[in-house]
Design a protein around this ligand. Structure first.
Ligand SMILES: C[C@](O)(C(=O)O)[C@H](CC(=O)O)C(=O)O
Ligand SMILES: [Mg+2]
Length: 308
C-alpha cells in the first residue's frame, strides 16, 4: 500500500549484495511506477529506469533533451513504488563535473540505488546508433570522480558507461573501462558490445561488476542470461522492452477501434479491472476507510475483486 517501506539505504545495500553474489541479476526497464510493481511481482531482481524511455514517454527523442529535474522526479516516482533497487540512466550527468556531482545528490535524494554516467559528447544519442562521439579519457574520468566524491551514501552505485567501443574498438573500451574504475567507478557498462566474447574481454579488463544492455533492434544480439553469465556479466538490463510492447499493443488497439468501431476484439488482451486493482493493492486501502473499498463489480458480490 502507498509507497515501498524499504528504505533507499536498504535498497542500495541489497544492490551491492546482489552484485557481489556471483549470480547474474536481471533489471527490466519500468516505463512508469505501475510497471515497476509488475517487475517486482514477477520476481525480478531490480528495476532499470531508461533515459530513452523517459525521453520517449515525453514524446522526445533520446538526445539529451530531458533535464535533471525531469529525470530525478520521474525516477523517484518509479523507485518509491518498489522494494527493489532501481538503477537510473543519468546520460552524461547533465553537464560539467560540478553538475554531475549535483546529479548524484539529487538522485540519492530521489531514492535511487545507483546511476550510470556515460562518456559521450553532448548532445548524446542512443548508444546503438552510428555516429556517436566520446570525450577524452581525462574528461570521462573527471565525470566519474565527481560522481563518486559527491555521494553521501557509500552504497549508492556509480556505474560508468563507455560508448567508446563503437568509435575506437574493443581495446580502447578495455583501456577506458580500466581508467573509469581507477577514477572511482563501482561498475562498468560497456555499451554496444557486438558479441558475448566482447563482454568477456571487458570482464578480463576490470574487477568490478559489468552490465549488459539487451536492448532490441540494436548492435548486440539478444543473448540469454546463461550466455552472459558465462561471459562474466553481473547485471542485464532490458531498457525499452516494456515500453515497446505496451506501445505496440496501444497502436494495435487504436487501429482495431478505428477499423471496427469497437475495442471488443482486443478486450481479451487487456489487463482486467480486477487485475489492475490487484496491482495497485486497492483492497489494502480498506484498512484506512471502508468507504473507499465499497464498489461493486457488476455481477460480483460487493467488496470482492473476483478473478475477472
Ligand atoms: C540504455 C539506453 O541508454 C537507455 O536510455 O535506455 C539506450 C537504450 C536504447 O536506446 O535502446 C541505449 O543508448 O542503449
Ligand atoms: Mg540512455
Amino acid at each position: 500500500m502507498l509507497y515501498s517501506t524499504t528504505t533507499p539505504e536498504q535498497k542500495r545495500a541489497a544492490l551491492r549484495a546482489m552484485l557481489a553474489s556471483g549470480t547474474i541479476v536481471q533489471f527490466p526497464g519500468a516505463f512508469n511506477p505501475l510497471s515497476a510493481k509488475l517487475i517486482q511481482e514477477k520476481g525480478f531482481d531490480g528495476v532499470y529506469i531508461s533515459g530513452a524511455v523517459l525521453a520517449n514517454d515525453l514524446g522526445l527523442p533520446d538526445i539529451g533533451l530531458t533535464t535533471l529535474t525531469e529525470v530525478a522526479t520521474r525516477a523517484g516516482q518509479i523507485a518509491r513504488m518498489t522494494d527493489l533497487p532501481a538503477l537510473v540512466d543519468a546520460d552524461t550527468g547533465f553537464g560539467e563535473p560540478m553538475n554531475v556531482a549535483r546529479t548524484v545528490q539529487e538522485l540519492e535524494n530521489a531514492g535511487l540505488a545507483g546511476c550510470h554516467i556515460e562518456d559521450q559528447f553532448n548532445p548524446k544519442r542512443c548508444g546503438h546508433l552510428d555516429g556517436k562521439n566520446v570525450v577524452d579519457t581525462d574528461t570521462a574520468a573527471k565525470r566519474i570522480r565527481a560522481a563518486a566524491d559527491a555521494r553521501r551514501d557509500p552504497d549508492f552505485l556509480i556505474m560508468a558507461r563507455t560508448d567508446i567501443r563503437a568509435v575506437d574498438g574493443l581495446a580502447a573500451a578495455q583501456d577506458r573501462a580500466r581508467a573509469l574504475v581507477d577514477a572511482g567507478a563501482d561498475a562498468i557498462f560497456p555499451e554496444a558490445m557486438a558479441t558475448v566474447a566482447e563482454f568477456a574481454a571487458i570482464r578480463d579488463a576490470v574487477d568490478v561488476p559489468i552490465l549488459a544492455n539487451m536492448t532490441e533492434f540494436g548492435k548486440s544480439d539478444l543473448f540469454t542470461t546463461k550466455q552472459l553469465a558465462d561471459a562474466g556479466v553481473n547485471m542485464v538490463i532490458y531498457p525499452v522492452t516494456l515500453l515497446r510492447i505496451a506501445m505496440r499493443a496501444a497502436e494495435r488497439t487504436l487501429e482495431a477501434l478505428k477499423a471496427e468501431g469497437t475495442q471488443e476484439a482486443e478486450v481479451p488482451n487487456m489487463l482486467t479491472r480486477a487485475r489492475l486493482y490487484e496491482l495497485v493493492d486497492y483492497e489494502a486501502y480498506n484498512h484506512f476507510d471502508t468507504s473507499v473499498f465499497n464498489f461493486q463489480v457488476p455481477g460480483r458480490p460487493a467488496q470482492s475483486l473476483g478473478t475477472k
